[in-house]
Design a protein around this ligand. Structure first.
Ligand SMILES: [Cu+2]
Length: 122
């Protein structure tokens, strides 16, 4: 087979997706990190969570005693926190920074002091 015909055949096979021997396929299996955040009168534990920009995460919200709310405006996250019913937020931080979260359900005398931060490293 002359060079011109060989190139034409190679181009046809590649266009048809038959270039398997020439193209290595990379498969990546990722384990998504799970982070637990507890609420209790009148604090979040831990007060600070560190995440990496671009890495998917599952944030599990657990109310240890009474009903609370979780709100993080900077990352557009919000969920109820009900005792016995953990809430799950799946997201991927897209920007680095320090984002405040707080309780947005009035829960008693210490409600106003209930906050913490999510730090996203970039
Ligand atoms: Cu509260």
């Amino acid at each position: 087979m002359d060079r011109r015909r060989w190139l034409a055949l190679a181009a046809t096979l590649t266009a048809a997706g038959c270039g398997g021997a020439l193209v290595s396929e990379e498969r990546t299996v990722r384990t998504v990190r799970t982070v637990s955040l507890h609420s209790r009168k009148f604090e979040f534990v831990p007060e600070q969570i560190t995440l990496a920009r671009g890495e998917p995460v599952v944030l599990e919200l657990i109310a240890d005693d009474i009903a609370m709310g979780f709100r993080c405006r900077g990352l557009d996250l919000s969920a109820e926190m009900v005792p016995g019913k953990p809430s799950v937020l799946r997201f991927t931080p897209q920007a680095a920074g320090k984002f405040r979260f707080y309780c947005d359900v009035f829960c008693g005398d210490g409600h106003e002091d209930m906050d913490g931060h999510i730090v996203v490293t970039g």
